[in-house]
Design a binder for this molecule. Structure first.
Ligand code: HEM
Length: 229
């Protein structure tokens, strides 16, 4: 009798790709909402600080203050870990399945994209850790006042701290490339599997990544140039 070992559905390659897609969508949703929230800085100090304080009271009085925020943090952390875990297992399996590199040219593009995604992911993770210590806990922020998020942002991207804006810009552009590839894969899977469908998916992914990057970059550059002070 031959006994075959079967994987649970989530551990198959398709299962892991579903994990990547679902967690990717959750993270993208957060990114869209966070970008829109950041743009409130253009509505002035009182309005932005009010918004930041409101974030802590979402769900009240049903939930105690800050509970929603902590649930969101837990969900995002699990999503990030699952996204990285699934990507790592898929990459290791792909390597194990083909120890000898393809000589075909098309494969070079695939490897380039995969490597960019991997290193891009690592840079984004390091950025998020820095960013939380900067604007959430305030440890790396020149002002670090939890009662005044607007002041923290303005102090952070002050013209003499141009290197902070540069670092944020590089991280956001890395995020843009990561999102473009992720969104392209998702749109391609959902759309028509034809050259025209692929071209549309590529354009939609590019537009999405550029809009998100521009939305994020506007805030540090507005402070750097004195538009927001
Ligand atoms: C480049 C422009 C950005 C600005 C001006 C900005 C601003 C902020 C501010 C002010 C906070 C603190 C909110 C508060 O606690 O009141 C925050 C938190 C956070 N940001 Fe950003 N952010 C930017 C980009 C990003 C990017 C690109 C990511 C993800 C890749 C990100 C992820 C987060 C996370 C995870 C938190 C913590 C949320 C929490 O408290 O649970 N941010 N950001």
């Amino acid at each position: 009798m031959v006994i075959t070992k079967t994987r649970s559905p989530i551990r198959t390659n398709v299962g892991l790709k579903v994990v990547m897609a679902v967690t990717g969508i959750l993270l993208v949703l957060f990114l869209i909402l966070h970008m829109l929230g950041n743009l409130k800085i253009f509505t002035g100090e009182t309005s932005f600080d009010h918004y930041a304080h409101w974030l802590r009271s979402i769900g009240t009085p049903l939930l105690p203050t800050t509970w929603f925020l902590w649930i969101q943090r837990a969900v995002l952390t699990v999503a990030v870990l699952a996204h990285i875990g699934a990507a790592t297992v898929l990459a290791l399996r792909a390597r194990a399945a083909r120890p000898v590199a393809y000589a075909h040219r098309k494969k070079i593009h695939v490897n380039y994209a995969a490597r960019t995604m991997r290193w891009g992911g690592v840079i984004i993770l390091l950025f998020v850790i820095y960013h939380i210590l900067d604007l959430t806990t305030g440890h790396l922020n020149p002002q670090g006042d939890p009662a005044n998020p607007y002041g923290n942002v303005v102090a952070d991207f002050a013209p003499e701290r141009w290197y902070v804006t540069l670092f944020y810009a590089l991280a956001v552009i890395t995020l843009g490339f990561h999102l473009r590839h992720g969104a392209f894969s998702a749109f391609r899977s959902l759309g028509q599997q034809t050259p025209k469908g692929e071209r549309r998916a590529r354009t939609a992914a590019l537009v999405f990544a550029v809009v998100l990057c521009a939305g994020y970059l506007m805030v540090p550059f507005a402070v750097l140039t004195g538009l927001v002070a």
